[in-house]
Design a protein around this ligand. Structure first.
Ligand code: ACO
Length: 381
């Protein structure tokens, strides 16, 4: 028997371990998520995004001096070459938001002349995290026909981002919700987008290319696009009184997927989902309050209906309501996910290249015909 005859395909690479990591631990049965050993609840409640950035890139929560250093590098990295914003501005206003983000990053990459791994990887990652804030804010601004704007250096990455996006000031409570969003989405081991980034890093391509690979994989409705897809469900339902009928028609009889539910790893509630729900309860006013009521009714029906399959709300179910409550239209949800996950993508590629680099090159199990005789064109039927 040949090697390939013995091989088995792991559909969706389920339970395949492509790297070792000290970054993120997930216990999908018990609904536990930790970054470098710290429980996600502790981090979301007590640490700022900048502290988490230091934790993920440098291994430890920062002391005051280290935190200042992270903030200084982020603050000095918001500026991007003018042509990057011009590129985003001249593209069609109805471009896919994620495509605009890719264009911004690709434009930024043209300024990176001689990228070398292992020289200043963590510093570079910090600079990219700063610049991604500018690019994400301007996805919103370009799509709304507003003039581009660069975040101002300040105390908080989240606040600077919000204020650059909307050109208005935000309260410390609102900024803190944005900050928690950034912490909660910062990393999640190796989902499709991080795996795409790792494949690119494994060829020793540059960090911007890793980011573009990751973002394109993030976009789909089965991954990062699920926050928007979940929110659109709430909009489609339109009123809490219509939830039962919609669920019966669309999910039970229609056999469609309930977006914002289910996860490859969790077989219980996603711990991030619970934190988002409690924040959405605080942030959701007016229209957002109505969507929250719809989501809560849908959650009850979904949990009951999918109990035997162990399908529960994931992080995307309530996160969109929180972001909508902060003023973001739903087209911004995937770019916001990317803004936060930039940290995870870069921390994973740096960990991989620094500590365990090898070209990622899996195999495909050939199941086509055996050797066949070539038939010239004029003899084919
Ligand atoms: N609604 C209805 N049925 C579902 C759902 C769902 N949301 N999720 C899984 N299932 C069912 C499938 O139909 C399948 O049923 P079957 O065995 O009877 O055919 C079974 O559960 C297993 O589904 P798979 O797609 O094989 O499971 P997988 O682990 O690949 O799916 C995924 C994970 C893609 C996230 C899935 O749960 C899904 O499509 N969810 C909706 C989209 C979503 O919310 N994505 C966000 C994920 S989290 C994130 O990226 C941040």
């Amino acid at each position: 028997m040949s090697e390939t005859e013995k091989a088995e395909v792991s559909r969706g690479l389920e339970n395949v371990y492509i790297k070792a990591t000290s970054l993120t631990y997930i216990d999908g049965e018990r609904g536990i998520l930790r970054y470098r050993g710290y429980d996600i609840n502790d981090l979301a409640n007590n640490a700022t995004y900048e502290e988490v950035v230091h934790l993920m890139l440098y291994g430890e929560l920062p002391n005051s001096e280290q935190l200042k250093r992270v903030k200084d590098v982020l603050n000095s990295s918001y500026e991007v070459p003018e042509d990057v914003l011009r590129v985003m501005e001249v593209l069609p206003k109805d471009s896919e938001p994620v495509a605009l983000m890719e264009a911004g990053l690709a434009a930024l990459a043209t300024h990176e002349k001689e990228f070398k791994w292992k020289e200043r990887d963590r510093e570079k990652a910090l600079e990219i995290i700063g610049k991604v804030s500018t690019i994400t804010a301007n996805v919103y601004r370009v799509k709304q026909g507003l003039t581009p704007r660069v975040p101002s250096p300040g105390e908080s990455y989240a606040k600077s981002f919000l204020e650059a996006t909307f050109s208005k000031s935000f309260t410390s409570q609102e900024s803190s919700m944005m900050d928690k969003f950034l912490v909660l989405y910062a990393d999640h081991e190796v989902p499709a987008s991080t795996t795409a980034a790792l494949v690119t890093a494994s060829t020793l391509s540059d960090m911007y290319s890793c980011m573009v690979s990751a973002i394109t994989a993030l976009k789909g409705p089965l991954h990062g696009g699920a926050m928007e897809a979940a929110f659109r469900q709430f909009k489609e339902i339109g009123d809490p009184s219509k939830v039962d009928d919609w669920f019966e028609r669309t999910i039970v009889k229609g056999g469609n997927r309930l977006m914002g539910f289910g996860h490859r790893v969790y077989r219980t509630y996603d711990p991030r989902g619970k934190i988002f729900k409690s924040m959405a309860e605080v942030a959701a006013q007016g229209e957002a309050r109505k969507y929250l009521e719809i989501a809560e009714k849908l959650e009850t029906l979904g949990v009951k209906h999918f109990e035997s399959k162990k399908i529960y709300p994931n992080t995307d179910f309530y996160a969109g309501i929180l972001m909508y409550g902060l003023g973001f239209p739903d087209f911004m949800f995937t770019p916001l996910f990317a803004l936060s996950r930039t940290l995870g993508w870069l921390a994973h590629v740096v960990e991989y290249v620094d500590e365990q680099h090898r070209l990622i090159r899996p195999r495909a199990l050939y199941v086509g015909p055996g050797k066949r005789e070539f038939v010239p064109l004029n003899q084919r039927k």
